[in-house]
Design a binder for this molecule. Structure first.
Ligand SMILES: Cc1ncc(COP(=O)(O)O)c(C=O)c1O
Length: 396
């Protein structure tokens, strides 16, 4: 039988990146003591108030069909959130989606055609390549250099640009590195986007998890308003990834044009989840503050413990729920180190290569387990690094 080419383009971009995570779960099922530091699943429960709102909405019959743009209450709550950042935002700028991932998919479909280029930092979130390729466009990688804290630099963007480029896909705060762009960096990147008439799609799913510095976004700059679309969700801010509740906010004309795409894909999202999301965005919920403190503390512990081992080089994150660690001093790349770490020490981490070429000497650890387990994971990582290191030195 014949299939469409999207199935070929995405064939190697799906669960293959998660092979180590899948193997780790198998080993855990077989009874091995596995410390799982692979995926970004918040370890806090959803606030009970949100569950109550959701249950009350279901009891009130809020499970009928919705509409393509979203339930009015949640659309208004999202508009109000972004109005605090830019005064001109109205409901006409908002579209509701089941999560950032779906929003990204729809937004890219609305902006790109086969042959187009999408500029994206490398390292990059594991699904971005597939999201870009699904449209027929090609990723055009902008190196995010460790010596610049993995912050995208305007001169690197300029250097990577080709005439085919139509979109700059930003992610700040960044997965996997935690890099959080400053206002000046955004302004410099925005100037390049304006000069070359690029759309900016900004994935801000970790907005609420910044450890110290200020959050900055191209969305907040009125000069970039006509070309910027934000995608985000309550997955990370409210520890609610399974609710699948997110949005895109961009120019009204963009939202109007994307509406039929969204309707065709989704036929609306669940009203009871929309009610819960409206409540989450309009009321003080402490989940993100609790997570911020926990993840920052755990990142510090990892930095101290691994630096103490003298071989592994952690990169302190500015935000988010991950930390990347340079393993190159072991003589192994991130992929080989990660598989040995799983098999020999029972610690599951993501190989950096799952996040692009620039990250191939790194592993990514999620910060979503207790400090005790993190300490134990670091002890095991240092043990493996020390076992490999002397052999490497003997060879030298
Ligand atoms: C950068 C980034 N974007 C998007 C997503 C997906 O978010 P959502 O659950 O809102 O679809 C993730 C999840 O880990 C992520 O790290």
């Amino acid at each position: 039988m014949r299939y469409s080419t999207i199935t070929d383009r995405l064939a190697d971009l799906g669960s293959g990146k998660w092979a180590l995570h899948i193997r780790a779960r198998e080993l855990a099922r077989e009874g091995r003591d596995i410390i799982e530091l692979t995926i970004g699943e918040p370890d806090l429960p959803v606030d009970p108030q949100l569950i109550s709102v959701c249950q009350a909405a279901m009891n009130a019959g809020r499970y009928r069909y919705s509409n393509g743009r979203g339930e009015p209450a949640v659309v208004e709550a999202i508009a109000a959130k972004y109005r605090q950042r830019r005064a001109d935002v109205t409901v006409d700028n908002v579209m509701v989606f089941p999560g950032t991932q779906t929003a990204l998919f729809a937004v890219m479909l609305g902006l790109c055609e086969p042959g187009d280029g999408v500029l994206v930092g490398d390292p990059l979130y594991a699904t971005y390549e597939a999201v870009i390729r699904a449209t027929g466009a090609e990723p055009v990688y902008v190196p995010l250099r460790p010596e610049r804290g993995f912050h995208m630099q305007a001169e690197d963007l300029e250097r990577a640009l080709t005439p085919a480029c139509r979109v700059l896909l930003l992610n700040t705060p960044h997965n996997p590195t935690g890099a959080t762009l400053t206002r000046n960096e955004i302004a410099a990147l925005g100037a390049v986007a304006r000069r070359h008439d690029l759309w900016i799609v900004c994935d801000e799913v970790y907005e609420e998890l910044i450890f110290g510095g200020a959050f900055a976004s191209p969305f907040d700059d009125p000069d970039l308003a006509e070309r910027t679309i934000v995608v985000s969700s309550i997955s990370k801010s409210h520890a609610a990834p399974g609710f699948r509740s997110g949005w895109a906010v961009g120019p009204a004309e963009f939202a109007r044009r994307l509406l039929p795409v969204s309707e065709t894909m989704l036929f609306g999202v669940q009203p009871f989840i929309s009610d819960m999301t409206a409540y989450a965005l309009s009321n003080p919920i402490t989940t993100s503050a609790t997570m911020r403190a926990a993840y920052q503390g755990r990142a510090s512990r990892i930095c101290t413990a691994l630096s103490g081992g003298g071989v592994l080089a952690p990169h302190r994150p500015e935000a988010g729920m991950f930390i990347v660690v340079d393993v190159s001093a072991t003589g192994l790349d991130g992929e080989t180190f990660a598989w040995r770490l799983l098999e020999e020490e029972g610690v599951a981490v993501m190989p950096g290569a799952s996040f692009g070429e620039q990250a191939k000497d790194f592993i990514r650890l999620s910060l979503t387990v207790t400090e005790t387990r993190i300490e134990e994971a670091c002890r095991r990582m240092n043990a493996l690094a020390a076992r490999i290191q002397p052999r490497k030195e003997r060879r030298a």
